[in-house]
Design a binder for this molecule. Structure first.
Ligand code: AMP
Ligand code: MG
Length: 443
């Protein structure tokens, strides 16, 4: 099909505008987690556990010292000063075979096994060596600085719950109980295809394809395997071919461009020619990113969600954040789908006209010293102005109305929660003390 054919298939469109929550509902209902599968622990970062993982072992595996010092029989050390004979030295990783007798001490390092007969450890700071003896200051109680076997984890304990996202701590917990494989929901493999005759190839003049780089990077941040499907012109046959190929390689596909109401909005105009289980072009009552196409491509026995985002970069990002990202996270089995929504005080006016839409405005949100979130618009707004997102760490959500005046309460989706706290580098996290007081040596 040529460009002209695509144009000739334009129908008069009376698609009603739908509210954001309705559009989200359509997308979310269609995007569900795949069957769980086993994955090596080293590849499991950001996967979601599909089952409770129970420990079959004891952690720590043996009684060991919590301090560098001397293992002793605590009953020997009931007075303020005790002299004991040093009979052994036990390093971490060594075995402790000799049984400690009353009147004896063993030099011991943190993590080294408590020798049989010893009941406590006296920290090195409270001791003084004197030839082959050691003098201990202060009373030592039974159990002092001894980490008992199973102190942390016992057999049968749930170390990771079903539904937990596996971050560094969960991965360490699984490692600590000797789990080298874990059952998880596989994260979706997501293809990114950008469309538009105006997009330049390498070395050509034209509009640079920033959307593809942005979306591939956004997927990488989510730990979703991404497939770069390249650029395609506004050519219906080629779009159909490329999307057909994509369904074989991908669990979901994101396109940008070609979903508005223009004559060359070919993604929208050709979707009917693809095998789909459902397809819905929407006008969503939001600004930017009003047009959005969602389809379930038929790749029997699988279905592959297609997120057709608008081409303007800010629209593409907003549409990704509102529709594709939460849906993909749902496919990955994650529990928290949307960016954290928080509210704060507007430190500048957020003006907007009444137009029946929810507006998303690029914004900077910062935690002030008194722990108030302060929010201001940032950059010149406009769906084509990617630069407005450059310094932004939030998207302000402005319901229909005239906006929020300075001092009013404004809601934001936090795109980068870390940046909430990067105010004055000498006063991190709004603490009213310089960082050099918190972390000595740090200016
Ligand atoms: P469209 O949604 O196809 O009507 O595209 C609207 C505008 O978005 C285009 O005129 C381009 O200026 C811009 N645009 C489309 N695709 C991209 C892209 N991949 N990267 C950067 N800008 C784009
Ligand atoms: Mg276009």
């Amino acid at each position: 099909m040529s460009h002209t054919d695509a144009v000739s298939s334009v129908r008069l469109d009376h698609t009603p505008t739908i509210p954001l929550h309705e559009a989200c509902g359509i997308v979310m209902a269609a995007c569900v987690a795949a069957q769980p599968s086993a994955v090596l622990l080293r590849n499991a970062l950001s996967h979601v556990a599909a089952d409770d993982v129970l420990s079959s072992v004891v952690v720590p595996p043996f009684n060991n010292s919590g301090m560098d010092g001397f293992a002793v029989v605590a009953e020997d050390c009931a007075s303020s000063s005790t002299r004991l004979k040093v009979v052994a030295s036990i390093m971490a990783g060594e075995a402790a075979s000799t049984e400690l007798q009353s009147g004896q001490a063993a030099r011991i390092m943190t993590g080294a096994p408590i020798p049989p007969g010893a009941t406590a450890v006296c920290p090195v700071e409270r001791t003084e060596l004197d030839g082959d003896t050691v003098v201990l200051e202060g009373v030592v109680q039974p159990g002092d600085y001894v980490r008992l076997a199973g102190d942390d984890i016992s057999p049968g304990d749930v170390v990771v719950r079903s539904g937990s996202s596996l971050g560094p701590v969960q991965i360490a917990l699984l490692e600590s109980v000797g789990c080298s494989e874990v059952l998880t929901y596989p994260p979706p493999r997501v293809g990114v295809l950008t469309t538009g005759d105006e997009l330049m190839g390498a070395g050509e003049a034209g509009i640079r394809d920033s959307n593809r780089s942005m979306l591939l990077a956004a997927l990488a941040r989510e730990q979703f395997p991404a497939v770069d499907l390249g650029i395609v012109g506004d050519d219906a046959d080629e779009i159909i071919r490329r999307l057909g190929e994509a369904t074989e390689r991908c669990d979901a596909v994101i396109t940008t461009g070609g979903v508005s109401v223009g004559d060359r909005d070919v993604v929208r105009l050709t979707i009917d020619r693809l095998p789909t289980v459902t397809s819905q072009w929407m006008r969503v009552a939001i600004k930017p990113a009003k047009p959005f196409l969602f389809a379930l491509l038929d790749a029997a026995p699988r279905t592959v969600p297609l997120f057709g985002l608008p081409g303007n970069p800010v629209s593409a990002l907003v549409s990704f954040e509102l529709f594709a990202r939460p849906a993909l996270r749902r496919m990955a089995g994650r529990r928290f789908l949307w960016r954290p929504l928080t509210a704060g005080i507007a430190t500048e006016d957020f003006r907007r006209p009444l137009d029946g839409k929810t507006h998303f405005v690029t914004a900077v949100a910062r935690m002030s010293k008194d722990q108030t979130v302060e929010i201001r618009p940032c950059g010149r707004q406009g769906s084509h102005r990617l630069s407005s997102l450059g310094d932004a760490n939030a998207l302000a959500v402005l319901p229909d109305g005239s906006g929020v005046p300075t001092g009013g309460r404004v809601s934001v989706f936090l795109l980068d929660a870390d940046a909430l706290f990067t105010g004055d580098p000498l006063e991190p996290m709004g603490f009213d003390v310089p960082i050099s007081d918190l972390i000595p040596g740090c200016e």
